[in-house]
Design a protein around this ligand. Structure first.
Ligand code: PMP
Length: 455
């Protein structure tokens, strides 16, 4: 029974909601921010406070929080057909149209789409597809999955096993057979005297050594975000995908691009793989797919995987997998509108227009004595806090520097995200130059305040 007598929103949130991915000491000290609505790039709390959301919600609300076209598309579809599944040979007309659209805007000449409710489930689904393929092609031992340290692929048992973050050890994860290669972050992991080219070659050599050690025919696939997102916005080292893809091809291992954050314009091109000039074997999409207006994920298969999976399914007359809400008609109608809004109403263009301004702001703040590196691509970026700029020494973890910066930003009316010792910015595509100025002004005040306390 919930306690309706609690009189503050903060206390009510605390009483009955179990928080995920939340710094609990911060909540104890500051209380939950309970939000009521949004307008453009801004959100508002129960006390009427306004926040500029420099993270697009959770990287996903790229068209802002009140886009009339998206709301109208949702309302119209709720009026027409508010829910249906995609099992037993039935699916909504919206689902058919969205699959056509996704294949059309994908980098693939042809392909097929499978729907989920989230990015985690899309990664899980892709892994199950690869396992299914192994069984069907007489290679049931082909089950191992390669990902990278600091890669983020979700929270279900399989996608959390793919995620290369230490916190999953509290769940006894990763599961067996999930192998994490090194993170291709040259600034942090490059050795003394090693050039970026040599670093990339080392990453590629590690991949090949791992394949040979494990046995190529035990490996089902390699998953990578074109730019690591929740690992701290980490673009790959120069030439990374050009170095690893030929090795994967040589051993017949599919390359899956997890484009949950980078898809639909975030890095300047429609897909992150286009920004980094490679064509994967499949794409994992979510978040921006519906501009955050509906929970939805998708696996977009390229031609070769399409043919192989179709043959495998034909052989047993079924692909025994799917979610109740896979291909939900309202989600599909919203996604169709979201793709149109991003690609044809100037949002993708705005990302490209704003990128130089964004980079300039990041660069300016990176000149501070306690910022070691700025990094980013398109409209996703990060500033890495360091105790010592020359040695790149991080702050003592007990200082919770990035949490403090994010809290100081909240006090300034700015939402940004602490990740490790970095502060991450991922503004919505509707940002204006004046929003950009406001974001950097508020962030600078927060940084100066926190560094004065801890440095
Ligand atoms: N892959 C990537 C690259 C992500 O950033 C995320 C979510 N941040 C996921 C997968 C998981 O998506 P979801 O939270 O929708 O399960």
């Amino acid at each position: 029974m919930s306690d309706q007598t609690l009189n503050s929103w903060e206390a009510r949130a605390d009483a009955n909601s179990f928080y995920g991915f939340t710094d609990l000491p911060t909540i104890k000290e500051r209380g939950t921010t309970v939000l009521t609505h949004g307008k453009g790039a801004y959100v508002y709390d129960v006390h009427g406070r306004e926040f500029l959301d420099a993270n697009s919600g959770l990287w996903n609300m790229v068209a802002g929080f009140d886009h009339p076209g998206l709301i109208a598309a949702a309302k119209a579809q709720y009026d027409r057909f508010p829910g249906y599944h995609a099992f037993f040979g039935r699916m909504s007309d919206q689902t058919v149209m969205l699959s056509e659209k996704l294949v059309e805007v994908s980098p693939f000449a042809r392909g097929k789409v499978f729907y989920t409710n989230s990015g985690s489930e899309a990664n899980d689904t892709m892994v199950k597809m690869l396992w299914f393929l192994g069984g069907a092609e007489g290679k049931p031992q082909r089950r191992k999955i390669l990902t990278r340290t600091n890669g983020y692929h979700g929270v279900t048992a399989v996608s959390a096993s793919m995620t290369g973050k230490p916190y999953n050890s509290v769940f006894g994860l990763p599961l067996d057979g999930f192998i994490h290669l090194s993170c291709p972050h040259y600034w942090r992991f490059g050795k003394d005297g090693e050039t970026e080219t040599q670093f990339t070659a080392r990453m590629a050599a590690e991949l090949e050594e791992t394949i040979l050690r494990e046995g190529a025919d035990t490996i089902a696939g390699f998953f990578a975000e074109p730019v690591m997102g929740a690992g701290g916005v980490i673009p790959p080292s120069a030439g990374y995908f050009q170095a690893v893809q030929p090795i994967l091809k040589k051993y017949g291992i599919p390359l899956i691009a997890d484009e949950v954050i980078t898809g639909f314009g975030r890095t300047g091109a429609t897909w992150g793989c286009q920004t980094y000039d490679f064509i994967p074997d499949a794409i994992i999409s979510s978040k921006n797919l519906t501009a955050g207006f509906f929970p939805m994920g998708a696996v977009i298969l390229g031609p070769e995987l399409t043919d192989r999976l179709q043959a495998a399914a034909d052989a047993i007359e079924e692909f025994p997998h799917g979610f109740t809400a896979s291909g939900h008609p309202v989600g599909c109608a919203i996604a169709l509108k979201a793709i149109d809004v991003v690609m044809n109403e100037g949002l993708a263009e705005n990302v490209r227009t704003l990128t130089p301004l964004f980079e300039e702001g990041l660069k300016r703040l990176s000149e501070k004595k306690n910022i070691g590196e700025w990094r980013g691509k398109g409209l996703m970026g990060a500033l890495e806090a360091v105790a010592d700029k020359d040695t790149k020494r991080p702050f003592d973890g007990s200082l919770s520097v990035s949490e403090r910066i994010a809290n100081a930003c909240t006090d300034q009316g700015l939402i940004c995200r602490p990740l490790g010792q970095a502060v991450v910015l991922c503004p919505p595509f509707i940002f204006t130059p004046s929003d950009m100025d406001k974001m950097f002004d508020r962030l600078e005040k927060a940084l100066d305040g926190v560094f004065a306390e801890v440095a």
